[in-house]
Design a protein around this ligand. Structure first.
Ligand SMILES: Cc1cc2nc3c(=O)[nH]c(=O)nc-3n(C[C@H](O)[C@H](O)[C@H](O)COP(=O)(O)O)c2cc1C
Length: 192
């Protein structure tokens, strides 16, 4: 198995919050720092800073094309979103709508969301996992959901950070397996 911590790999974070002091983005930034500590080249795409009409597909814009290019070159994708109306934000949705069919095949994904309460924590399993699967990404078993009360002055509680660290470790392991060269000599056949 390849040791990704010894090589450079690309991680891209996609922030789907329009908020200037975003909690979901704070979690995303921590995940990117953890990935970069493990040897990743980490890039953050702030969807709120991209031109809205290009995000809606009404025109092309270099900034949006460049964001899509970063995603296509990445091996690990981390997406963060606030819960809006029980699911991920429209901002995140319109960006995913611009991805080509099977655009995230071969990539590993981490799902992060924050919400006002735990009522909509299934956004991870019923919203973000299917969203990633629709474009071919494999999501980590651990998803990260935080309520607003799990932050103090914008800083997430330790338990939330521990989940983030677990998700990052899983993403690296999964990505290593996906990108490991196949060794046909080690294939074993069992006769029945
Ligand atoms: C338009 C809007 C809709 C929201 N809908 C929900 C919701 O359905 N469920 C929920 O738990 N929180 C909801 N919230 C609260 C946000 O999800 C929550 O404050 C979140 O942590 C904000 O993330 P951010 O700081 O990254 O923008 C909503 C907030 C807004 C502004």
């Amino acid at each position: 198995m390849g040791d990704m911590s010894a090589t450079t790999f690309n991680a891209v974070g996609i922030s789907g919050s329009p908020g200037a002091r975003s909690k979901s983005r704070a979690l995303l930034e921590r995940a990117l720092v953890a990935l970069s500590d493990r040897g990743a080249t980490a890039t953050l795409i702030d969807l709120a800073a991209l031109p809205a009409d290009a995000l809606l597909g009404r025109r092309r814009a270099d900034a949006v094309d460049s964001a899509l290019g970063s995603v296509s070159r990445a091996t690990i994708i981390v997406a963060s979103t606030p819960v809006y109306r029980a699911t991920y934000s429209g901002l995140l949705k319109v960006f995913f709508d611009l991805l080509p069919l099977n655009g995230l095949v071969g990539k590993t994904a981490i799902a992060i969301a924050t919400g006002g309460s735990s009522a909509h924590q299934l956004v991870i399993d019923h919203g973000l996992r299917p969203l990633f699967a629709s474009v071919g990404a494999v999501t980590t078993p651990t998803g990260v959901y935080g309520t607003d009360s799990a932050f103090e002055n914008g800083v997430p509680h330790e338990s939330l950070v521990a989940r983030l660290d677990a998700a990052v470790a899983e993403a690296i392991t999964l990505s290593e397996r996906i990108h490991a060269p196949t060794d046909s000599s080690s294939t074993t056949f069992v006769e029945s």
